[in-house]
Design a protein around this ligand. Structure first.
Ligand code: BGC
Length: 327
């Protein structure tokens, strides 16, 4: 019922697009590291049915391809690493989950785009060839959160180069692509996509206000310590800001006839749980009401909706994401 409703809502966005993704979750802090487990998460076969049974239909899998590719042309991807990603795809399929294979990290490309563009394209050619026979439920995401010095101009030039090595083997594969400034919704106007490619799903990430979602997050810098204790009460004014931001993304998508995907949103465990649950529910419902599929950041680490030690969902977050009444 809900799926049908959301499909109907999403239809006007892009007649050609089947918004397969309604509710997803990121399997973060596992495979986007040089060695799985380095950031405390090793994926388990048991996670896939747990995610499916909780009501999610999609996993987004952040992947560090670049560290698993050879140092020189043709930048051959380690076959053992491919096997590990194959295992993820197989488990997802066995549990009726869509899989977004997200090219998550490439410090070289982000710092020196001109120097590392060829490697990025060479890696994508291999990923595309390797997964060409997978069903439509496997999606490719070109690059997580491009940002300066990978400017909009450079990113817009790189997108068609990557698609040029993907399309020969994956003509109709959905490819996820987002704007610069860490996939910020307000940089959507700078995103230029090949008009002739109807199989693109546009993504944006949402972590506003940062003072709430990233309070105490060391990787943001020292000022995040000052944010500790920030609550999110969900006042009308706060909800209006979120609605305004999501509407801006939706308006861009409508005008450009592209479907939209909120690929990351979430709050760090240092926030208080009632605020986190309120903010999470507000993001998820606001997106759903606009026909935007989403995937929460993330499953079982610092932002985790699931507690791997207790082997249980953090109920307020799960209820915020997949309300019992909608199951
Ligand atoms: C990064 C994570 C980070 C998250 C929220 C992701 O894109 O890869 O390391 O925790 O955003 O900041």
């Amino acid at each position: 019922m809900l799926r049908a409703l959301l499909l109907a809502l999403a239809m006007p966005l892009a007649a050609h697009a089947d918004p397969m993704i309604l509710r997803g979750i990121n399997l973060g802090n596992a495979l986007e590291t040089p060695h799985e487990g380095q950031w405390g998460v090793v994926l388990q076969a048991g996670y896939f049915p747990i995610i499916r049974q909780a009501g999610f239909d999609t996993i987004r899998v952040p992947i560090d391809w670049e560290d698993h590719a050879g140092p020189a042309p043709d930048y051959i991807i380690d076959p053992e690493f491919f096997k590990r990603i194959d295992w993820v795809v197989t488990n997802a399929k066995d549990n009726q989950l869509n899989t977004v294979l997200d090219y998550h990290t490439d410090p070289g490309l982000l710092k020196e785009p001109d120097q590392y563009a060829d490697r990025f394209v060479a890696i994508w050619k291999q990923i595309a060839e390797h997964y060409q026979h997978e069903p439509d439920e496997v999606l490719f995401e070109l690059l997580n959160e491009p940002h300066d010095p990978l400017t909009a101009e450079k990113w817009n030039a790189l997108i068609p180069r990557a698609l040029a090595v993907i399309r020969p083997t994956n003509l109709t594969r959905t490819v996820v692509v987002g704007p610069v400034q860490w996939n910020s919704f307000n940089r959507l106007p700078d995103l230029q996509l090949p008009a002739g490619d109807p199989h693109l799903l546009v993504t944006f990430h949402y972590y506003l206000p940062m003072e709430f979602t990233h309070q105490g997050a060391s990787w943001i810098g020292r000022e995040s310590q000052k944010w500790l204790g920030t609550k999110w009460a969900g006042t009308n004014a706060q909800k209006a800001v979120m609605a305004h931001d999501f509407n801006a993304a939706r308006d861009w998508a409508k005008a450009h006839h592209r479907p939209l995907f909120l690929g990351e949103f979430g709050s760090y465990s240092t926030g208080d749980m009632p605020s986190r649950a309120r903010w999470t529910a507000c993001c998820a419902r606001t997106a759903e009401n606009l026909g935007i599929g989403w995937s929460y950041w993330e499953f079982c680490s610092g932002f985790g909706a699931y507690d791997p030690k207790a082997e249980a969902w953090r109920q307020p977050l799960l209820e915020a994401l997949v309300p019992t009444r909608s199951k």
